[in-house]
Design a protein. Sequence first.
Length: 304
Amino acid sequence: GGDPSTGQLALNCLLLVSCAATERQLDAALTDALIAETQLIVHMISDILCGEPDDQYFGILVNLTRYESTVQQIYKLCPKDFLHKLSTLLEANELVSALIANLSQLEDVRQALAADHPSQYVPQLFAAYDRCPTRPQVRNAIVCVVRNCCFDTDLHPKLLDPRNELLVRLCLPVAGAEELSDEDNAKLPIDLQYLGADKRREEDPEIRKLLMEALLMLCSTRFGREVIRDHNIYVILREYHKWEKVREVQKACEDVVDIIIKTEDEIDVDDIKRVDIPDDLIERFNQMDKDLLKEDTDEEEDKA
């Protein structure tokens, strides 16, 4: 290696570059910096693989992978076993879970996660989620990875493999202590039945929203919708909707319910994501959602 002080200077410069405020600034800075500092980034990745990572390395990699346009460049420098190594460090450092969440923006990463661990990765992620009850950042990042994996419709059969218990894991945090009828309970997965009076819901609204977004992604395929209906997830969402006080999260729950209460004849399309919707309509729908949320907020303020 060269002069250690030069390496440290390069590290500090890279840290500054990685904290650029906007994607445009970051793109411009990275065009030169990634080429100039490729060796340093490879060195950071190598140190992580060797089990001697520095927190500063994780901080830099998290910032560099935050944007879709730069995450691909970083991932290309990672060896094949990098994702597996990160998985073993999930709980060791909050930055590790953030790094995996950022990397999962990439389809290549999502496919790799599902391919390498068809019936292990989801349970492994949620086991880490359970072991971190007081670490919302780790829990948030874990659910973010799962949500991102649900984005790929071809992965739905794998993700919804009964061994994964994905529906249980997505719904358990938002399931409450409400008493359901025996008939409703009988149709639910066993781990969602008769939860008891001490059952508490996830406290973090950001995490609850990510869970709803994951369910919504699964609703984009007929396969996903039918599995959700067959497991009577509607009754969990019905009770959860009554409890949820954050309007934006409540709306995310409504989006899921609006789809699963429809029949497949009404939906009339296998994969919703493959339907081309004109940009102007998407913009109009987004604006309608914003207006609805604003109206609800205004009403709440008037009541107060």
